[in-house]
Every structure is written in C-alpha cells, then in structure tokens.
Design a protein around this ligand. Structure first.
Ligand code: DON
Length: 315
C-alpha cells in the first residue's frame, strides 16, 4: 500500500473520533448574531468533508449542513478580480499585509496613508475587491462571481441564500460606512451601494462542506481540478490566494493558526472553514459556534487535532 493509501485509511479510521472529541468545545463559542439571520444556525453542530485527487471523500459529523460562505468567498472574489484585472491593478486597491485588527475594523483606513485596506481578506479589502470585478452592472458582476464559484465547486446548483443576503444588507451599517470611507479615499470604483450589493451577495452564497472541499482541492492542486484535469485558475493567482490564507485567512488569529495547524485556511462568520493539505486534500469544515476572533471554535480545534496527528503543518 502506498503512503497516500495508508494515510487515507488512517484518516478514515480516526475522523469520526476526532469530530466527536472536538464537538464539545462548541459549547464555549457563540453563533454570530450581528447578521440576524445567522443566529438561527445550530451552535452545537460540527462537520467535515475531505476530498482527494481521485475524488475519494471522507465525511464525519454534521457535514451535510448548508451555510453561507461569508468571508470564505473573499478568497475566490480576489482570484476573480486578479483574473479580470491583473496584479498591478488589484494591488493598487489593497495591500499585502495582515492587520492584527478585527475583520470589520476600519481603524487603519484613516490612520495609515494612502488609506487602502491592508489586505483583501478583511471586510474593507474585500469590498474594495468587489468594486473591480468585471461586469457592466452589479447584477452582471454578481452573476460572474456565482458562475465562477459553481465551476470551482463543480456544482451548478450553488446559489444565494436571499434571507441571509437581505438580513446582512438591512443591518450592515459598519460595512456601509467602510464603503463610503473607501470611496472618499479614492479606492472604490463605481457606486458605493452597487459595490456593497456585490459584496453582500457573494458573502451569502450557500455551500456545504463538500462544496468547500472541492473548491479547496483546486487550490491544493495549484489551480487545476485534479479530478477533471481542467485548469481553472492561473498558478500565480493560487499562490497569491494561498499566501493570504496563511497570513490573514483566520483574521487576527492567523499567526496562532499557522503555529497550531500550519495549513492555508479561510474562515467565515457562519462557522465554515475552507482548508487544504497542498498536493493532497481539499477540506471543508462547519461549526457555527465562533470564538472571540470570529473563527469556528470546534472547527479550529478539529483542524488542530488533524494536522498535529497527521503531521501536516507546512512549517
Ligand atoms: O461582512 C461581513 O461582516 C460578513 N459578510 C462576512 C464576515 C466574515 O465572515 C468574517 N469572518 N470571520
């Protein structure tokens, strides 16, 4: 049996136990409520789906739960913006550095000139990125985003959760103020409300752990879906996305996550985490109860256990 076969077997044997052991820590977390619709999620849930290059899958726990991608979508809108505009333009709108601040902070937009967001994975950065996605109207931009996500997830039924979209749009005072500040700083292109609409829509795309794992698999294989052999993203843009995931993907807990887990990952406030073992697996995790930094508390615990047991850290 090859090393990979052995590893897969070991994962198959251990995954249900690791999920059972990590699940209780969800009691120490809280489901996000600042987007009212998100507060309906089951806080005690924990699920995982993993896929390899041959399309073999492993699932455990509440892996069939569907949830909105929220900030996980920012990785892929960044990639689409890079495809549409190239690096030079994208990096005239957002920087390449972690902030150490909360994901929804706008502090540095005023403090640090020239007032561009530090990176594309904080809210301000993702809003700036939304403004340069190709398309003649907000609807066309949103529809290009959805098509791109469907292709990466290999799932044509991927769609918006309109309840969550409306819930966020109706309550997003902070993101709106960020949009206007970005416009004033000369960063946002186009109408602020149009840009925010594209942003709220991509955050509200519904997915399951299986969808996240298939999207992650494309990143794990440098832009080519190893199951179909189709090249979906230029390698350079995958490199940029994975670097941001490693340095900023878990917000101001990214350093700790790099030490404890050591894999590229991106979290969302709905409790999803997209991660991967480069060259091996795409991974999708859901655990709606969050820790103080906005990351799934049980999901992070599960990934820590897996990475440490399997010796997956890249570092
Ligand atoms: O803009 C927001 O606040 C949400 N749509 C996304 C934030 C998010 O997922 C941050 N995650 N940890």
């Amino acid at each position: 049996m090859s090393e990979l076969e052995l590893e897969f077997e070991q994962l198959q044997q251990n995954l249900p136990g690791w999920v059972r052991a990590s699940q209780p820590c969800s009691a120490h977390g809280r489901v996000a409520a600042y987007i009212p619709e998100l507060s309906k999620a089951p806080g005690e849930a924990l699920g995982i789906h993993l896929i390899d290059a041959q399309g073999r899958t492993l699932t455990a726990g509440d892996s069939s739960l569907s949830f909105t991608m929220q900030s996980i979508s920012k990785v892929f809108t960044l990639i689409l913006a890079l495809i549409d505009n190239g690096e030079k333009k994208v990096f005239s709108k957002v920087g390449m550095e972690p902030t150490g601040d909360n994901f929804n902070s706008m502090l540095k937009l005023e403090l640090v000139r020239p007032g561009i967001p530090f990176n594309p994975l904080i809210n301000a950065g993702a809003i700036a990125v939304s403004s340069i996605i190709g398309g003649d109207s907000p609807d066309e931009k949103s529809s290009r985003v959805l098509q791109f996500f469907r292709k990466l997830a290999h799932n044509d039924s991927l769609d918006y959760d309109y309840e969550v979209y409306r819930s966020e749009s109706d309550t997003a005072n902070l993101n709106r103020s960020m949009g206007y500040l970005l416009k004033d700083n000369g960063v946002l292109e186009g109408d602020v409300d149009d840009v925010l609409d594209v942003y709220f829509k991509h955050c509200s795309i519904n997915a399951t752990c299986a969808d996240l794992s298939r999207m992650a698999l494309v990143l794990a294989f440098n832009g080519t879906d190893p199951i179909t052999g189709e090249n979906l993203i230029p390698r350079r843009y995958v490199q940029i996305a994975k670097t941001f995931m490693t340095t900023c993907g878990m917000y101001n807990a990214s350093g700790e996550f790099a030490i404890q887990v050591g894999l590229p990952a991106k979290s969302g406030v709905s409790g999803g985490i997209l991660s991967m073992v480069p060259g091996r697996y795409g991974i999708g995790v859901i655990g709606p109860a969050l820790n103080a930094k906005g990351n799934s508390i049980a999901g992070v615990q599960l990934l820590e256990t897996m990475s440490q047991q399997m010796d997956w850290s890249l570092f």
